[in-house]
Ligand binder design. Structure first.
Ligand code: AHG
Ligand code: MN
Ligand code: MN
Length: 344
C-alpha cells in the first residue's frame, strides 16, 4: 500500500502519547506498557501470518489450565506477551489463560503500578483452518503496597480497569483499545511495521442486525435461552423487521469485532451441562465489556453488567451476552422474567 505524501497518519504509539497528555501527571509507565503490548502483537501477527508455512501448527500435547489442548501458536503467543510486556518496571503481575498461576514481578527500579491479564491467542481451535484469531488484554492498577501484591490485586471488578484491548489477526491485523476515552482501532501496515489509526472513536450501531452463538449447544440450553434465540431469528415479539441473521466464527475476538463495527449481539449462555458457560471473566469477558461500554454497547452475564461482577477466581467462567445495548438489555429482561416464572 502507498500513502499519499503528507497524509495525516497517526501511529498507535503517537495516539497513546496523545492520550497520555490528558493526564499531565502521568509518569509514562502506562504509555510504555501499551507500547510493549503493541510490540508483542506485531511479533505474534508475523508468526500467525506464517503459520501455514512453518512447522508450528498442531497441538503441543499439553493441556492448559482449562483442560483444553494447547496449540503451538497459543504457547508462542503466551511466551511472546510474557517476555515483552512490563519489562521496564511498569508491571507487578501478569496473568494469562495459559498459566495456572499469575506471575508476580519482584519490585525492581520501577513503580510496578500495573497488572496485565491476557488471553494470548483466542479462537485457537481455528488456527489450522486459517480462520481469524486474536489476543485480548486488560490493564488494571495495583491496590496493595508494592511489596505486598497478591491475587487480590488481580481480582478487581472490570469497572476498575485502566485499559483494555484486543488484536485481531484477520485478513489484516488490527489493534483496538480503550483507556476510557473512546475506542480506537489501528490497522497494521506490514510494509512499515506500524499500526496506523484506521477507526477513530468506534461507536457500536444502535440496532443489532446479526446474532452470534453456537447453536450446536441448543439441546443443552434452558427454555429461556432457546426462546431468546428463537425471537432473535423470527423477530422480537413477532416483529419481522427485528429479525436477525446468524453469524458465528467461533473466535470470540472476531465475532465481537464484526458485531462492534456492524451491529450485533454475541451470546455464550450457561447451559444445563455448563451453568457458567465457557468464556472466562477476567481475560475474555471483562476487557470486551469495557470496550463495548466505551463504544456505547453493553455486556451482561444475563443478570448484571459483566463489569460489576466481583471476581472470585482468576480462571472463572461467566455466561456472556455482549453487543448492542438495546438487545442485551432485552435479553436481561427476558431472563429475569423467565426466572420469576414457576418451573414447569
Ligand atoms: P480460546 O481459544 O482462547 O480457548 O477461546 C475459545 C473461545 C472463544 O474464542 C470462542 O468464541 C469460543 O471459545 C467458541 O466456543 P465454542 O466452540 O464452544 O462455540
Ligand atoms: Mn479465548
Ligand atoms: Mn486462548
Amino acid at each position: 500500500m502507498t500513502w499519499e505524501p503528507g497524509a495525516n497518519l497517526t501511529t498507535v504509539e503517537s495516539h497513546i502519547l496523545e492520550m497520555q497528555r490528558l493526564h499531565p501527571s502521568a509518569s509514562g509507565d502506562f504509555t510504555s506498557l501499551l507500547n510493549d503490548i503493541t510490540f508483542a502483537a506485531k511479533i505474534v501477527a508475523r508468526e500467525v501470518s506464517r503459520a501455514g508455512l512453518v512447522d508450528i501448527l498442531g497441538d503441543t500435547g499439553a493441556q492448559n489450565v482449562q483442560g483444553e489442548a494447547v496449540k503451538k501458536l497459543d504457547e508462542y503467543a503466551n511466551r511472546t506477551f510474557m517476555r515483552c510486556v512490563g519489562k521496564r518496571g511498569q508491571v507487578c503481575a501478569l496473568a494469562s489463560e495459559e498459566n495456572e498461576d499469575p506471575v508476580f514481578i519482584a519490585p525492581a527500579e520501577g513503580s510496578g503500578r500495573y497488572l496485565v491479564l491476557f488471553d494470548p491467542l483466542d479462537g485457537s481451535s481455528n488456527i489450522d483452518a486459517n480462520v481469524s484469531v486474536g489476543t485480548i488484554f486488560s490493564i488494571s492498577r495495583r491496590l496493595s503496597p508494592r511489596d505486598r501484591v497478591s491475587s487480590q490485586d488481580l481480582l478487581q471488578p472490570g469497572r476498575n480497569l485502566a485499559a483494555a484491548g484486543y488484536v485481531i489477526y484477520g485478513s489484516s491485523t488490527m489493534f483496538v483499545y480503550t483507556t476510557g476515552y473512546g475506542v480506537h482501532g489501528f490497522t497494521l501496515d506490514p510494509g512499515i511495521g506500524e499500526f496506523l489509526l484506521s477507526h477513530a472513536n468506534i461507536r457500536i450501531p444502535f440496532s443489532a442486525t446479526v446474532y452470534s452463538t453456537n447453536e450446536g449447544n441448543e439441546p443443552d440450553w434452558g427454555p429461556a435461552v432457546r426462546e431468546i434465540v428463537r425471537q432473535l431469528k423470527h423477530g422480537r415479539a413477532g416483529q419481522a423487521e427485528t429479525r436477525m441473521a446468524a453469524r458465528y466464527i467461533g473466535s470470540l475476538v472476531a465475532d465481537f469485532h464484526r458485531n462492534l463495527l456492524h451491529g450485533g449481539v454475541y451470546l455464550y449462555p450457561g447451559s444445563r451441562r455448563h451453568p457458567q458457560g465457557k468464556l472466562r471473566l477476567m481475560y475474555e469477558a471483562n476487557p470486551l465489556a469495557f470496550i463495548v461500554e466505551q463504544a456505547g454497547g453493553y455486556a451482561s452475564d444475563g443478570r448484571r453488567a459483566i463489569l460489576d461482577i466481583p471476581p472470585r477466581a482468576l480462571h472463572e467462567r461467566t455466561p456472556l451476552y455482549i453487543g448492542c445495548r438495546d438487545t442485551v438489555l432485552w435479553i436481561e429482561q427476558c431472563l429475569e422474567r423467565a426466572a420469576g416464572e414457576p418451573a414447569g
